[in-house]
Write a protein that binds this ligand. Structure first.
Ligand SMILES: Cc1cc2nc3c(=O)[nH]c(=O)nc-3n(C[C@H](O)[C@H](O)[C@H](O)COP(=O)(O)OP(=O)(O)OC[C@H]3O[C@@H](n4cnc5c(N)ncnc54)[C@H](O)[C@@H]3O)c2cc1C
Length: 342
């Protein structure tokens, strides 16, 4: 049996919101361990759109999603968070007032006074299009996310889908691809009108092709794609030569074990109060995309705010006898010492 790891706070999920929670907790002398199913830090930002620019982080006019994760890692470094990656929180058992025993899939056991569920949409998986034999090409020439734009330089690309991801990646990859075709079943898109206009402009300028139809089969060898067989809406067939195909058919968010932790749920989301973003179980908080409350916006900035208020309430559980004095990082020498800048 593995040794029990004792901590003030166990954070489920190392997405942007779990990461910033470390900062807000750290300012209040609260230490955290984080567990994430992914083998890397950063949640959706790192897994789904690391190189895409984000424009709505307060005070940062533009950064890439991975750039934001990297900056958060620098910001929380003074608080020495402990990461347990490639592992999944399976059970949370209440053993005190409040004290919880948390167990992971790989057999780690934590004893923690507070649990912060920052699990986003749970374990997210791209939807696989119903194309026979597609598995053989996955990770070789069929990709459901873009880790490095450079990996696609000079390639013949086929992007499939009509939502924001398909349109965004069409616009971002068009300048690096030797040839790019966007394939969608119909003329109407479920994407931002601005992206659709930009894509149509590229088509008008002859820089990319837009084709209506569906992929029915793939041609290639040893995982190396040569062409996609496409059926037009009128039933006729043709080939699109391509080195790589990127299908964007949305994500299946599998909530996973969160549903079994005895928390009140609203569908796949955890209802919280807006004073501290605490669940119905005292000592268990839910912040970021996983929670719901009137007016909730699934934005990174909302999750940052939620983490700040969560930390204030967590302090009461961890230091019940200590009075919490509100301080600014600009003027408090004590906070600056914690950050290693004074
Ligand atoms: C293409 C795209 C573009 C976006 N653009 C913007 C934007 O411009 N601005 C903006 O504000 N937002 C944007 N978002 C939304 C933003 O990424 C999310 O709001 C944000 O990632 C939520 O952060 P989170 O930490 O709550 O969850 P996530 O980023 O989803 O991270 C949750 C983590 O929890 C882990 N996890 C889940 N269950 C468990 C478990 N049982 N055990 C261990 N780990 C677990 C998951 O593996 C995951 O890594 C965009 C999203 C997408 C997909």
């Amino acid at each position: 049996m593995s040794e029990t790891i004792k901590t003030d706070v166990l954070i489920v999920g190392a997405g942007p919101i779990g990461l910033f929670a470390v900062f807000e907790l750290g300012l209040l002398d609260i230490r955290a361990h984080l567990v994430d199913i992914l083998d890397k830090i950063g949640g959706q930002c790192a897994e789904l759109y690391p190189e895409k620019p984000i424009y709505d982080i307060p005070g940062i006019p533009s950064t890439s999603a991975q750039g934001l994760v990297d900056a958060l890692m620098v910001q929380i470094k003074p608080f020495n968070p402990q990461f347990h990656l490639g592992d999944m929180v399976e059970t949370i058992e209440k053993i005190g007032e409040p004290l919880f025993r948390v167990k992971t899939e790989l057999g780690k056991i934590f004893e923690t006074k507070v649990v912060v569920v920052a699990a986003g949409g749970g374990s997210f998986q791209p939807k696989r299009p119903p194309i026979p034999g597609i598995e053989a090409y996955e990770a070789h020439s069929v990709f459901y996310s873009v880790r490095k734009i450079e990996a696609f330089r000079g390639k013949k690309l086929l992007i499939v889908g009509g939502g924001d991801s398909a349109l965004d990646w069409t616009l971002n990859l068009a300048p690096v691809a030797s040839h790019l075709t966007l394939l969608h079943r119909r003329q109407e898109f479920r994407a931002a009108p601005d992206s659709v206009n930009k894509m149509m402009k590229l088509v008008g300028e002859g820089k990319i092709d837009f084709v209506m139809g569906q992929v029915t089969g793939l041609e290639g060898e040893g995982g190396k794609l040569k062409a996609a067989n496409v059926k037009r809406n009128d039933g006729s067939m043709f080939h699109i030569a391509c080195d790589a195909m990127l299908p964007f058919f949305g994500l299946t968010m599998k909530l996973g074990p969160v549903a079994n932790w005895g928390l009140k749920m609203d569908g796949e989301l955890i209802p919280v109060d807006t004073a501290a973003f605490e669940t119905n179980v005292p000592g268990i908080f839910a912040i970021g995309d996983i929670n719901t409350y009137p007016g909730k916006l699934k934005l990174i900035l909302s999750g940052f705010h939620e983490g700040a208020l969560m930390a204030q309430k967590a302090h009461r559980y961890i230091y019940p006898d200590k009075r919490l004095v509100f301080q600014y990082t600009t003027s408090s020498t004590s906070l600056q010492k914690k950050l290693g800048v004074a």
